[in-house]
Design a protein around this ligand. Structure first.
Ligand code: ADP
Ligand code: MG
Length: 255
């Protein structure tokens, strides 16, 4: 059995007064892809944010071990440098931040953090063009500002582009499938497959069983009220689709 890349132990976390994660534990093995499902408000996005070190959330107790190191209190940029990546459920629009310099700076920082050469603009441009083509993105995208006036689907592709360029060891994808049409879903699926072929681990948070066809998870976890309520193979996602969360004893939580 391959080693664990991520171990989350008894995580208790929240925002301000609100407790959201209530003693959550799970682990992900190297090269494994795990789907996390769960009703609205069960804390899935909070988990994603806490894994990445979002400053709006506070960890009260528990541990996050990534590649053998305790990153519970690490800064987001230290986590990124260690090989963790988060694709946001709702990517922000940042006016004035042009995509090309943003992506190039991120690319150089990640390479440097890995102890590699930062990389020339020519090497980067070639890689960028390959990824743009693979994602079916028109070339003038890189002249636009980060997510500004992008459609919902374009914002998701923008996350997938950043993901491909970062080439992380563990990617956390928060509802990467939401708002995508069938064609865009297939593109997202092949981006995920290419990442897996490179040996990366994936945590894919999703609502929809249909997305399983593209994510092809090895394991499915179900969250309820800030903890893991059920786990199983891909067949668990199918059961959720037909029986709903309630029949697994998993119910929707009030905000
Ligand atoms: P999910 O992604 O599973 O739908 P979230 O993690 O977004 O769930 O939210 C879980 C609960 O925590 C919800 O009730 C939500 O309103 C609340 N919540 C999330 N983030 C914050 C925050 N920054 N401040 C206060 N409450 C929050
Ligand atoms: Mg969410």
């Amino acid at each position: 059995m391959s080693e664990e890349i991520l171990v989350v132990e008894n995580l208790v976390a929240g925002a301000g007064e609100k407790m959201i994660l209530n003693g959550l534990s799970f682990s992900v093995r190297a090269g494994e892809s795990v789907a996390i499902m769960g009703p609205n408000g069960s804390g899935k996005s909070t988990l994603a944010n806490v894994l990445m070190g979002h400053p709006g959330y506070e960890v009260h107790s528990g541990k996050i071990i990534f590649r053998g190191k305790d990153i519970t209190n690490a800064k987001p940029e230290e986590r990124a440098a260690a090989g963790l990546f988060l694709a946001f459920q709702e990517p922000r629009e940042i006016a004035g931040l042009e995509l090309f310099p943003f992506l190039f700076d991120a690319y150089k920082s990640i390479n440097t953090a890995r102890g590699e050469e930062a990389g020339s603009v020519f090497v980067f441009k070639k890689k960028l063009d390959e990824e743009l083509e693979a994602l079916g993105i028109t070339a003038n995208w890189s002249e636009r500002h980060l997510n500004q006036d992008f459609s919902g689907g374009e914002k998701k592709k923008s996350e997938l582009l950043q993901l491909a360029l970062a080439s992380p060891a563990l990617a956390v994808l928060d509802e990467i499938d939401s708002g995508l049409d069938v064609d865009a879903l297939a593109v997202a699926g092949s981006a995920i497959s290419r990442l897996k072929e490179k040996g990366a681990s994936i945590i894919a948070i999703t609502h929809y069983q249909q997305a399983m066809k593209y994510i092809k998870p090895d394991r499915v976890l179900v969250m309820q009220q800030g903890a893991i309520a059920a786990s199983g193979g891909p067949e668990l996602a199918l059961r959720l689709e037909t029986e709903g969360f309630a029949n697994l004893g998993v119910t929707s939580q009030k905000p």
